[in-house]
Every structure is written in structure tokens, then in C-alpha cells.
Design a protein around this ligand. Sequence first.
Ligand SMILES: NC(=O)C1=CN([C@@H]2O[C@H](COP(=O)(O)OP(=O)(O)OC[C@H]3O[C@@H](n4cnc5c(N)ncnc54)[C@H](OP(=O)(O)O)[C@@H]3O)[C@@H](O)[C@H]2O)C=CC1
Ligand SMILES: CC(=O)[C@@H](O)[C@H](O)COP(=O)(O)O
Ligand SMILES: [Mn+2]
Length: 383
Amino acid sequence: MKKICVLGVTGSIGQQTVDVVKHHCDEFEIVAMSAGKNIDLLEKIMTVIHAKHICVQTQEDQEYLQRKYKDIHFYWGQEGLIQIATLQQVDIVLNAIVGFAGLMPTMKAIQAHKDIALANKETLVVAGHLIIPLVKEYGVKLLPVDSEHSAIFQCLNGEYHGEIHKIILTASGGSFRQKSRQELEHVTVEDALKHPNWSMGAKITIDSATLFNKGLEVMEARWLFDVHYDDIEVLIHPESIIHSMVEYEDTAVIAQLGTPDMRLPIQYALTYPHRFPLLGGKRLSLSDIGTLHFEKPDFHRFHALALAYEAGRKGGSMPCVLNGANEQANALFLAKKISFLDIEKYVEEAMRAHHWIDHPSLAQLIEIDQWARNFVLERVGEI
Ligand SMILES: NC(=O)C1=CN([C@@H]2O[C@H](COP(=O)(O)OP(=O)(O)OC[C@H]3O[C@@H](n4cnc5c(N)ncnc54)[C@H](OP(=O)(O)O)[C@@H]3O)[C@@H](O)[C@H]2O)C=CC1
Ligand SMILES: CC(=O)[C@@H](O)[C@H](O)COP(=O)(O)O
Ligand SMILES: [Mn+2]
């Protein structure tokens, strides 16, 4: 029985993880889990998942729940996340928290010798230079949950022999794939939240529309598979059927395909190297689909992708600035305080204003992340 700690159980990935675990309750048990502020949903999940260790975001919610459920141990805040992720009985931490908040629990879990199933791509974007050496030092597994990276991991069959010519990351193009730069000036939050193929949390859905999601994924791939940015190509593939590909030195291209369903990469990260049935999973019928489409990304129209390659190539503290500024600008767009194109504008301004440092420590990353958020808030007149 594999004992799992699910961070972000109330989110899109978190709930799909619950679904996977429910269908394989002989194999997996969720012994610890965290929510942010959605306590109603957490209490619903608690009726099917009987974890004894639960973390929430605020002390107030922790105290409320502790009074109500005496036989469960409740924790709160960042410290609480670290406590549940490092519990002795936990074998693997599935990190499905959104954003920078996922970084610290990932690091501490690795240092407590836990395997990591990583959906929280921001962890690697901002701190790949710290995380990858830690993974090696502590001899733990780092298993990708992000669909493209799971696809690459499956193509590589869990092994890497340095024979990769390039990685081809597919991108749906998001909600506005066919819109001109001029049309993008006036798009709404409601339209941006309509992803063509995936039902996901709000932050990543907006990131998908700006293409910052793909930019973050380029950086995630650089760290997970130890490839140079010149060897990572983004390919627009509107159907999201090919989840990504690996081209080898001998010109062979290996792809992983399937109907878009995040439960597969979640489950594979938990069952690797084995494959279990995916209950309710829709089988792919290429004859029904008929045609798949591909196009090159337009780096001018989707400037975010160009910014992400630039930040990744610069390395050091720059990805942290891009990520922090993007998280803040994304939230301001969702709150209808800035326009869609303002997101990439403020991220670029933060990158230009930043005093770059090489190899930032965790403490420096925390400072830089806060600086980038404040930079955007100041530009918008929010502080
Ligand atoms: N959704 C998807 O299909 C995919 C997601 N990912 C990645 O997975 C991660 C999660 O995405 P997704 O599930 O869509 O996001 P959601 O917004 O749906 O869920 C986020 C989860 O994190 C919790 N949370 C948010 N902020 C904090 C915080 N400061 N401290 C503690 N917990 C917090 C939320 O709690 P609450 O809601 O209770 O406040 C919720 O449980 C992201 O990094 C995303 O990029 C990657 C590939 C696909
Ligand atoms: C499901 C998943 O992994 C998301 O990251 C998804 O890839 C978003 O789609 P696009 O960013 O390609 O639109
Ligand atoms: Mn993805």
C-alpha cells in the first residue's frame, strides 16, 4: 500500500487524484492532505478520504476544524504543509498546490526522503537549480504529473541516455489561439477561462491563454530532462491528442497520445513503472478524429513565450521574476483590474527592472518572488 500526501486536494488536480485513489484503494491510501481556503469542499472530500492529517491555509480554519473533528490532526499555513509532507508514514507527496506556495513543501519533502509526484510546475521554474541537485542528493524519485512532461517521461520510458535531439512540447494554443494581437486587447476573463480541451484551475487556464503556461513548461522540461533551451521546441497542436514528443539523434520521433484526461498522468506518477486500468478513461480513436493539426507558435502574438525562453536562458533569478510577476498579473487579470495584454507587459517590465543574480538561494528566491509581485502591484497602483 503506497501512502500518499496530497497537497492541494481541493483543486482540479487534487480532486482528480482523489478519483484515481478511490478506484485503486487496494494500492493507495491518502494519509495526509491539504486544502487552501475551500473548507466546504474539503469537508466533502473528508467523507470519502479518511486522512488523519489535514492542513488548511489559515489558523482560523484550522481551529474551527479541530474543534469539529476531534480524531483528526489539523495543521495550518506553510509550516503545516511542511509538517504533513514530511510525516514519517508518507511515501510520496503529490504536489498539486498552485504557484510559488508549492516550492517550500516540495523541498522539505525531498529532504525527508519522500518521492515527489509534481504537478506544481512553478517549483521547478523558480528553483530547478536547487531542486534537481536535492533530488540526486536524497535519491528520491521526481515524477512529472504535468501532461506534456508525463508524455516525455513515458516516451523516454523513465530513462535518459543523452541521445535526445530535441523535445517537442505540444501546446493547444489556449482560448485565443486564432485571435490577432488587436483582438487580444479586448478579450474578457470569461472568454479566457474557456479552455478548448482541458478543465483546469483558473490560474493555469489563464496561463494557457497567454502561453505563459507553455513558457513555464519549457523551463520545467529543461530541468526534468536536462535539455538545453535550443533543444526544446513548442508546437501548437489544437486537439491536445499528442501530449508531447521526443526526437532522437537517429531522427526517430516517439510520441505519447491519448484523449485529454489528467487522471492518466496523475495515475502514472503514482503507479510508475506499472500501468493500471484507468477507470472511466475514454479510449483514443484516431479514425473518429480523422485529422490532427500542427502549427508553429507566433512569438510576436504570444510574447509571453518569447519572455519565458529569455528568462530560462538567462537563468539564475530571472525565472523567479517571470513567475512571481506572472502570478500577480494573472491574479489581477482574474480580478478584472488589468487587461489580458497587460499580463505580459507587466511581466516584461519586471524582468527589465530586476537586478539579476546567479544561483539564488531559497531565501533569496522568497525575496525576489515578493519583489516581483510588489513591482506589478505598484505599477497597477494597488500598493
Ligand atoms: N489542472 C490541471 O489540469 C493541471 C494543473 N497543473 C499544475 O498543477 C498545479 C495545480 O493546478 P490546479 O489543480 O489547476 O489548481 P487549482 O487552482 O484548481 O487548485 C489549487 C490548489 O492549491 C490550493 N492552494 C492555492 N493557494 C494555496 C496556498 N497559498 N497555500 C496552500 N494551498 C493553496 C487550493 O486550495 P483552495 O482551492 O482550497 O483554496 C487548491 O487546493 C498548478 O501548478 C498547475 O500549473 C499542471 C497540469 C495540468
Ligand atoms: C493538462 C496540462 O498539462 C496543461 O498544462 C495543459 O497542457 C494546458 O494546455 P496548453 O497550455 O497546451 O493550452
Ligand atoms: Mn501541461
